[in-house]
Design a protein around this ligand. Structure first.
Ligand code: HEM
Length: 426
């Protein structure tokens, strides 16, 4: 009896999803089950042995069935490119899983969860702000921010002689935070409050909302900031879009775009700086090479991006029709999760688990692939290159106060990271 009721409830859920209308509300989920969350668990900075084994044996793998949905895990490099590069076969509109119909509830918006043609229209507002020419204008500001934070690290060390300095609150977090504030045009007097809104995102231990990165008040803050700048456009991206395209975009959509930039750009870059520094300091030869040959930073950054792959899964893809991935049939109504750390270490297409700057290539998938590929990739590269190079120049004797095996890493977060990185400056 119970089993029949359950089966028919699951059938309803599946039909609701197939029609892409409301039926499931993941935001009500208190805990994401382990059968779904385990691919996010790592061994330090490396993907777990289980994830690597799944990739090597079955690069398109049925992860689980959950609430009547078949969830697929794609881990092969080629297969991941196939999914992310497909233009018409998948939707990333998550609203039908969040208890919203296709028309209502924009609070799960942002470019990542928007399909063409609306995605194409909104992305066009952003891309000019991320061209190399516009980014070159940001470069002096990035250098200033980096130098100021290096001073802060020295001040923290001087305040507690002999004690380690935590790199996360002094360097890894504030550098990308201040860069994004400048990029968006968030006024200086609002930044402290804004920084408190930037925590606890993307953590699946926070249930369904954390899983899709919908936690936090930054969106509300940026909606209010957009409304304010409508009458008084500031010097940053929000003001620029208002000046150039003000009558083509609503405050709601522009606030959502700004929040996408903020959430997409902060935790990712902060984690890359924290985990990247820990990796470099543990691999002393690599650190010394960076100190002696600062121009090697470009290749080192590419390899850190590839091997760390801090964004652990791309935006979920929902097949709009029955598809094949790497020859494996996947039905419409399923969910496809592409594991970027697994794909980026696929020995069939990359140097695998070895960090190999001499083989560095920009064709890794750390920024995704296809039309949802990270819009901020060049900004992230610029920030990371400036920040790692300046750190090595200022503190060549920098060392970890504890081995990387003893650091506290996030347990199961879509954006992987580390709580703190205690270091001695020299
Ligand atoms: C090291 C830092 C970063 C990493 C590893 C990263 C990674 C990614 C990945 C994997 C995607 C999704 C691709 C997909 O599902 O196909 C993405 C999308 C996105 N990222 Fe980044 N990102 C980083 C920094 C940034 C920065 C600095 C910004 C902006 C300032 C940014 C803004 C965005 C936006 C707006 C999207 C959505 C693009 C779309 O759907 O068209 N990201 N990023």
């Amino acid at each position: 009896m119970l089993r029949t009721a359950l089966a028919s409830a699951k059938g309803l859920v599946r039909r609701a999803l197939l029609s892409r209308s409301s039926g499931i509300d993941l935001t009500r989920l208190d805990k994401v089950p382990d059968s779904l969350a385990w691919p996010l668990t790592r061994d330090g900075t490396s993907p777990s042995a289980r994830l690597s084994a799944v990739r090597d044996e079955e690069p398109v793998h049925k992860l689980t069935s959950f609430l009547g949905l078949d969830i697929w895990l794609v881990t092969g490099h080629e297969e991941t490119r196939e999914v992310l590069g497909a233009r018409d076969d998948y939707s990333t509109d998550i609203r039908p899983l969040m208890g919203r119909s296709g028309e209502e509830g924009g609070d799960f918006g942002g470019l990542g969860f928007t399909d063409p043609p609306e995605h194409t229209r909104q992305r066009r507002f952003l891309t000019p702000e991320f061209t190399r020419r516009r980014l070159a204008r940001l470069e002096p500001m990035i250098h200033d921010i980096v130098e100021r934070q290096l001073d802060e690290m020295a001040a923290a060390a001087a305040a507690a002689p002999g004690q380690p300095v935590d790199l996360v609150p002094t360097y890894a977090f504030p550098v990308p935070f201040l860069v994004i504030c400048d990029l968006l045009g968030v006024p200086a007097e609002h930044r402290e409050h804004f920084s408190t809104l930037a925590t606890a995102r993307f953590d699946v231990t926070a249930g369904g909302k954390g899983t899709v990165g919908a936690i936090g008040g930054s969106r509300e803050f940026l909606l209010a900031e957009t409304a304010r700048q409508r009458t008084d456009p500031g010097p940053g991206l929000i003001g620029q879009i208002i000046r150039e395209h003000g009558d083509e975009i609503s405050d709601f959509d522009l606030g959502g775009l700004a929040d996408g930039v903020f959430t997409g750009g902060l935790e990712t870059s902060a984690s890359m700086l924290a985990l990247g520094t820990a990796t470099l300091l543990e691999d002393r030869a690599l650190w010394k090479r960076l100190c002696a040959e600062p121009e090697s930073v470009d290749d080192i950054v590419e390899e850190l991006l590839r091997t760390l792959s801090v964004v652990q899964v791309a935006f979920p893809r929902f097949p709009k029709k029955d598809v094949e991935i790497g020859g494996c049939p996947v039905h419409k109504g399923s969910v496809v999760l592409a594991s970027l750390p697994a794909a980026n270490r696929d020995p069939r297409a990359t140097p695998g688990d070895t960090l190999a700057p001499e083989e560095a290539s920009t064709s890794h998938l750390a920024f995704g692939y296809g039309f949802h590929r990270c819009v901020g990739a060049e900004l992230a590269r610029l920030e990371l290159r400036v920040a790692f190079r300046a750190l090595a120049e200022r503190y060549p004797e920098l060392s970890l106060a504890v081995p990387t095996a003893e650091l506290t890493y996030y347990s199961s977060s879509i954006v992987y990271g580390v709580e703190s990185v205690p270091v001695h400056l020299g």
